[in-house]
Design a protein around this ligand. Structure first.
Ligand code: 13P
Length: 245
């Protein structure tokens, strides 16, 4: 399966940061991976201008579930498509925890992404206390079942397993823990989507960097990465992309 390497810039990036996308083009021209950079909304259309005719796509970090209306401050998937984005991250733990987004909201947003003809990267992951209680697989399964709408396919959906405790902490699950959760996600996807579930890409996210990416990519059912901090600098991000082959 072609790997998908996505960078989530979170609330980082000014016009000057577009130079990182320009640099990334020079560093990743020959890769076989699909590469996505998700800058803040304010940079999307300018970022799109930079990646024409390259293997890099631009994504967004969130969207509203509705197409338009009286939702001050929100951005719809249709608007993101109009700006030239191709991917949208939905259900990131920073949205689930800081903005009270539950599985129902995430499923509605994912459906909106599909409706707009874009690809959803749907995030799931357990907290430290849920893992300590031995509930990681159960929590991730429940989130996944609740967050994937009817109409999800391998072409319009990727899943990102991001343990909350591994995000921005430098902590990474063992390869066995990653393998166990990714296998459980694969089984659930096959149950829910049939044969298509076999080729939905399952990304790992949480403290991925160039030095640990190779071993993470060697784990069964790891089909790419969702990268935060190490996606901000082109050289760091390119190191992760080259580890994916
Ligand atoms: P870090 O790579 O900074 O741990 O962030 C992961 C993440 O949340 C990507 O969405």
């Amino acid at each position: 399966m072609k790997k998908l390497i996505a960078g989530n810039w979170k609330m980082n990036g000014l016009a000057s940061s577009l130079a990182e996308i320009v640099a990334l083009k020079g560093l990743t021209g020959s890769t076989a991976c699909d590469i996505v950079v998700c800058p803040p909304f304010t940079l999307i259309d300018r970022a799109v201008d930079q990646v024409e005719e390259t293997n890099i796509s631009i994504g967004a970090q969130d969207c509203h579930a509705k197409v338009s209306g009286a939702y001050t401050g929100d951005v719809s998937a249709e608007m993101l498509a109009d700006a030239g984005a191709r991917y949208v991250i939905v259900g990131h733990s920073e949205r689930r925890l800081d903005h009270g987004e539950d599985d129902e909201i995430v499923a509605a947003k994912t459906a909106a992404v599909h409706q707009a003809g874009l690809i959803a990267i749907v995030c799931v992951g357990e907290t430290q206390s849920e893992r300590n209680e031995g509930r990681a697989i159960e929590v991730v399964g429940e989130q996944l079942r609740g967050s994937i709408p009817a109409g999800a396919t391998a072409s319009n959906t990727a899943i990102a397993y991001e343990p909350v405790w591994a995000i921005g902490t430098g902590l990474v699950p063992t390869l066995e823990q990653i393998a166990e959760v990714h296998l459980s996600i694969r089984r659930l996807l096959v149950d829910a989507l049939g044969a298509d579930g076999r080729t939905v890409r399952i990304l790992y996210g949480g403290s991925v960097k160039a030095s640990n990416a190779g071993e993470i990519f060697s784990v069964a059912n790891v089909d790419g990465a969702l990268v935060g901090g190490a996606s901000l600098k082109a050289t760091d991000f390119a190191g992760i992309i080259s580890a994916a082959g």
